[in-house]
Design a protein. Structure first.
Length: 599
C-alpha cells in the first residue's frame, strides 16, 4: 500500500530513533535489579560501605541515562505521532474530496466524519504508544525473563507455567475484543449520523413539532452505543485482573520457593529480591502488552475503516487526471485560449450518444437508457420530465460528477473523458437543484465561481441574477455574513446567489438544475431575461418542473423513466409527444393548452 510506504519513508528514521531510545531505557531498567542484588549480597550483608557506594553510584548513573532516554523518547514520539495523525487526516480528507460520487455514495456521510476524526485518533494514539510504553513492554518482558533465568535457572521454572498462561489470556483477549470494537465503531457511525440528520433538518423538526420523536430516536441510538460500549468494556475488563492474578501467584511462588532455597543455603537474599523485581517488571510488561492488544484491536478496526477509503482508486475529480489519456493543461477540444485568462468564451456544444447510466454499476438497473441528443454551441436545451425521470442524472454526466455506464458524452465533439477533469470543470458552471452556500460573506460565496473576480464583476453577476437589490439591503451588503448553509436567507435569495456564483465563472456550458423553483414568476422572468444579456451566450442545459420556465428554450427534451421520449420546440412537442402534453395538461388544464405558448 503506497500510503503506508509514504508514512514509513517520511517518519521511519524518527520512529527508529524513538525505538532505540525506548530500548536504551528498557536496558537501564533491566540492569537495576541485578545491581541491587549485588549491592545487597556483596555490600549490605558484609557491611562494606564502599561496595554499597560503588553499586549505588552505578545505579544512579544508569537511572539518569534511562531518564534522559525517556525524555528524548517522549519528545520524538509526540512530534512524530502528531505529525503522522495530521498527515493521515489530511490524506484521508483529500481522498474523500477526490472520490467519484459513485464511490462516495458507498459511505454514509456520518461514517466518513467518524473515520476522519475518531478512527484517525485511534490509529494516532496507537502509533504514539508504539514509540513509548508499547515498545518497552516486550523489551522488559523478554529481558526480564533472560535476567531471571540467568540469576537462578531452577527458580525460573515458575515462569514456564506463568508465561504461557498469560500469552493464552492475551490471545483470547484479542479474539474476543476485535469483533466487539468493530460493532462499537458502527454504533458510533449511527450516533453521528443521527446528530447530523437532526441538525440538517432542525427547522422541519420544529415546524412539525417532532422534537419528542427525534429525542426518542436519538435516545435509542445513544442507548445502543452505550450498550455496545458497555458490553465490550465488560468483556475486556476481566483479562487485566486475570493476568495480574496469574503473575502475582507466580511472585508468591517465587518468594516461597526462594525462602526454602535460602534456608538450604542454595540461594542468596539479594537474588530473591532481584528475582521478585524482575517478576514485577514482567508483570508490568505483560499487563502493558494486554493493554497494547486492546489498543491494537481498536486501532486495527479503525485502520481497516480508513483503508477502505484510502484504498479506493483516485477519482476522476482529482486534478490533472483524464481517464482516457488526456494530458493536464492540453486543450483536447480545441479551445486554445488558456481559460485562466477568462476570455469571453464561445459556447461549447454538448452531445449525448446512446448514453446509459446506473448508480449500481454496469450490472445495475439503468437510471438512463439509450439517450441520444445534442445541444449546439450557444443553444438553450431544456430538459423536462416527471420526478425520477433522470433529468439531474443526465446533466451530472457533463462535468463528470458521474461517468456514464454506456455510450459517449462529447464536449465540442470530443469524448469528455479525454479532457483533463479540472479543465473540463473550469468550462462548466452548475447551479444545483439543492442550493449550497457556505459560512462567510456574500462576496466569499460569489467568488467560489471565480476567486479573482473584482467587485464590479460580483455586482454585474448579482444584477443578472436579480440578487443585487436584496444583497445591498443586507447589513454590510456584499460583506454581510451568511450563516452555515445560508440560514439567514430565504430559499429564493439562496437560489439567486447560486445563479450569480455560476455567472461569475463566465462558463462555456451553464447547467441550471431546477434552480428557479423558489422564485416567483416575475422574478424568474427577470432572471431569464438578464441571463440572455449577460456576456456572451453559453451553451445552456436547463432543467425545470414548470413548463413556463422552459417554453422559450431553443429545444426541449422530454425524459420518461430514463428514456428520451420527445425532442423539439414547445409547439412540436404539444403535437407529437404525449408525455409532454400530459405535463402541460397537469399544470395548465386541457382548455388552456392552446394558449400556453403565449405565457
Amino acid at each position: 500500500m503506497h500510503y503506508l510506504r509514504k508514512y514509513m519513508s517520511k517518519y521511519g528514521l524518527l520512529f527508529t530513533l524513538s525505538l532505540a531510545l525506548v530500548a536504551l531505557e528498557g536496558v537501564c531498567d533491566l540492569l537495576l535489579p541485578t545491581l541491587m542484588s549485588h549491592m545487597i549480597d556483596r555490600g549490605v550483608l558484609t557491611r562494606e560501605l564502599h561496595v554499597v557506594a560503588q553499586y549505588g553510584g552505578w545505579m544512579l548513573a544508569i537511572t539518569a541515562a534511562g531518564a534522559f532516554s525517556a525524555l528524548g523518547r517522549n519528545v520524538v514520539s509526540s512530534r512524530v505521532s502528531q505529525r503522522f495523525g495530521a498527515d493521515l487526516r489530511g490524506d484521508l480528507f483529500r481522498r474523500v474530496q477526490y472520490l467519484t460520487l459513485r464511490d462516495a455514495d458507498r459511505f454514509d456521510r456520518a461514517s466518513l466524519v467518524t473515520r476522519l476524526t475518531n478512527d484517525v485518533t485511534q490509529v494516532q494514539n496507537f502509533a504514539n504508544g508504539m514509540m513509548r510504553i508499547f515498545a518497552k513492554a516486550p523489551i522488559l518482558c523478554i529481558g526480564g525473563l533472560f535476567m531471571a533465568v540467568r540469576l537462578n535457572p531452577q527458580l525460573s521454572l515458575v515462569l514456564v507455567v506463568v508465561v504461557p498462561l498469560v500469552i493464552l489470556l492475551i490471545i483470547l483477549n484479542m479474539r474476543v475484543g476485535f469483533p466487539l470494537f468493530l460493532k462499537v465503531q458502527a454504533a458510533l457511525d449511527r450516533l453521528n449520523g443521527a446528530m447530523r440528520e437532526y441538525l440538517s433538518g432542525v427547522r422541519s423538526v420544529k415546524a412539525f413539532n417532532r422534537s419528542a420523536y427525534e429525542s426518542n430516536k436519538f435516545e435509542a441510538i445513544n442507548g445502543e452505543y452505550q450498550s455496545r460500549s458497555t458490553t465490550t468494556l465488560r468483556a475486556m475488563s476481566g483479562f487485566g485482573p486475570a493476568i495480574a492474578l496469574v503473575v502475582n501467584l507466580g511472585v508468591v511462588a517465587i518468594v516461597w520457593l526462594g525462602g526454602i532455597r535460602v534456608n538450604e543455603g542454595g540461594m542468596q537474599i539479594g537474588n530473591i529480591i532481584a528475582f521478585v523485581n524482575y517478576m514485577t517488571q514482567i508483570l508490568f510488561s505483560l499487563m502493558t502488552i494486554s493493554w497494547v492488544f486492546n489498543m491494537f484491536i481498536r486501532a486495527r478496526a479503525s485502520s481497516g475503516r480508513i483503508t477502505e477509503v484510502l484504498a479506493l482508486p483516485e477519482g476522476e475529480s482529482a486534478p490533472g487526471r483524464g481517464d482516457a489519456g488526456g494530458t493536464a493543461g492540453i486543450d483536447s477540444a480545441g479551445f486554445h485560449a488558456p481559460f485562466s485568462s477568462r476570455p469571453a468564451p464561445a459556447g461549447a456544444g454538448v452531445s449525448f450518444e446512446n448514453v446509459g447510466f446506473s448508480y449500481e454499476g454496469a450490472d445495475g438497473d439503468r437510471a438512463l437508457r439509450g439517450v441520444t441528443l445534442a445541444c449546439e454551441p450557444g443553444e438553450t436545451l431544456a430538459i423536462v420530465g416527471s420526478t425520477g425521470a433522470g433529468k439531474s442524472t443526465l446533466v451530472q454526466l457533463v462535468p463528470r460528477l458521474y461517468d456514464q455506464t454506456d455510450g459517449i458524452v462529447r464536449i465540442g465533439g470530443i469524448d469528455h473523458r479525454l479532457l483533463d477533469v479540472s479543465y473540463l470543470r473550469e468550462m462548466v458552471a452548475v447551479v444545483p437543484q439543492r442550493t449550497v452556500l457556505f459560512t462567510g460573506t456574500v462576496a466569499d460565496n460569489l467568488r467560489w465561481g471565480d476567486d479573482s473576480a473584482a467587485q464590479s464583476d460580483l455586482e454585474a453577476a448579482a444584477k443578472a441574477a436579480s440578487a443585487h437589490e436584496f444583497i445591498m439591503a443586507l447589513p454590510g451588503g456584499y460583506d454581510a455574513m451568511l450563516g452555515q448553509g445560508g440560514v439567514n436567507l430565504s430559499g429564493g435569495q439562496k437560489q439567486r446567489l447560486s445563479i450569480a456564483r455560476a455567472l461569475i465563472r463566465h462558463p462555456r456550458i451553464l447547467i441550471l438544475d431546477d434552480c428557479t423553483s423558489a422564485l416567483d414568476a416575475v422574478t424568474e422572468g427577470k432572471v431569464k431575461s438578464a441571463l440572455k444579456d449577460f456576456g456572451s451566450k453559453p451553451t445552456c442545459l436547463l432543467i425545470a418542473q414548470r413548463i413556463s420556465s422552459v417554453i422559450d428554450a431553443d429545444r426541449i427534451a422530454v425524459l420518461d423513466d430514463g428514456e428520451l421520449v420527445g425532442l423539439g420546440t414547445h409547439e412540436e412537442l404539444l403535437q407529437g409527444c404525449a408525455v409532454y402534453r400530459d405535463i402541460c395538461r397537469s399544470q395548465f388544464g386541457e382548455g388552456a393548452i392552446p394558449y400556453v405558448s403565449g405565457i
